[in-house]
Design a protein. Structure first.
Length: 283
């Protein structure tokens, strides 16, 4: 059986240290291999001395991840210090190792509004043809994901996201909540939302997970963020593309808004990658 490949860009920041911790734990859960990489941004560091200094820093960081993985019995596919634009090199490396997941440390929502995941992370979120885990947590927290939220609109990406959410909740022993948003006063939307959340409940129960449901009226991104705050959510698992192909091109789509501003970790699922792992219904 081919192992899942997790790509783990590191930069030495506190956010990166937390991402390392989450990556190792998830690799343990899924028997995955991790590839830590450090990118020397040659747009910033141009002279030979600076590049050499950054190369040494990067090598020390990826070696540290290798040692942490070894201590926990997690396999390493490769380590690398790369040179160029961080976004371009991360995307290139993801393709090279065929990573199914890129794990990145994200700034907390207490940062400046609209700048909570960093420009590189945001570009990777949009450009990578694989799933993205944006980690927001405290380094000292060892409980990881206690409450997992799956917002769903019935789209293909949302269906795959529900599968991932149920799997994560099962492996981490988490609670699972399915939520759907409707337009105010729409009975048709209410019936559809109930069908969608019922499907997630059935999926959760098939894995022995008690799954709560919640249907709220309002704007999806705004209401999802309210649910996160009121229900003490640790992880949101959300499909990248909603209903309608045009949504994947809209700047500030629901998934991107949630990923950018949520105070918790966010796992963004892309069906373009999931279809290579799971059998697609009707295929």
């Amino acid at each position: 059986m081919v192992k899942f490949q997790f790509l783990l860009p590191v930069d030495g920041s506190d956010y990166s240290r937390v991402a390392i911790k989450h990556a190792i734990r998830m690799a343990e859960m899924y028997n995955a291999e991790i590839s830590p990489v450090y990118v020397v941004d040659t747009r910033v560091y141009k002279d030979e001395e600076s590049v050499e200094e950054q190369t040494a820093i990067g090598q020390a960081l990826v070696d540290d991840v290798r040692n942490q993985c070894r201590d926990r019995g997690v396999s390493i596919l490769e380590t690398a210090v790369l040179f160029g634009s961080p976004y371009n090199e991360i995307i290139r490396e993801q393709k090279k190792i065929d990573a199914s997941l890129v794990i990145l440390g994200a700034c907390g929502a207490e940062r400046v509004e609209g700048e909570t995941i960093g420009s590189t992370a945001e570009r990777v979120l949009r450009g990578a043809r694989c799933h993205i885990l944006l980690v927001r947590d405290k380094l000292e927290n060892d409980q990881f994901y206690r409450n997992v939220l799956i917002p769903s609109d019935g789209s293909i990406d949302a269906e795959y996201a529900a599968t991932f959410a149920a799997s994560i909740a099962h492996r981490y022993g988490s609670g699972l909540m399915a939520c759907s948003m409707i337009r105010i006063g729409s009975r048709k939307d209410m019936l559809e939302a109930q069908r969608i959340t019922d499907d997630v409940v059935a999926l959760g129960r098939s894995k022995g997970i008690e799954t709560e449901t919640l249907i709220w009226e309002g704007k999806p991104a705004v209401e999802i963020l309210k649910v996160i705050d009121t229900k003490s959510i640790d992880l949101v698992v959300i499909g990248y593309t909603g209903k309608g192909m045009v949504s994947r091109w809209i700047l500030g789509s629901v998934s991107e808004k949630v990923a950018r501003t949520a105070p918790c970790s966010v796992f963004v699922v892309k069906s373009a990658r999931a279809e290579r792992v799971y059998t697609v219904k009707g295929a």
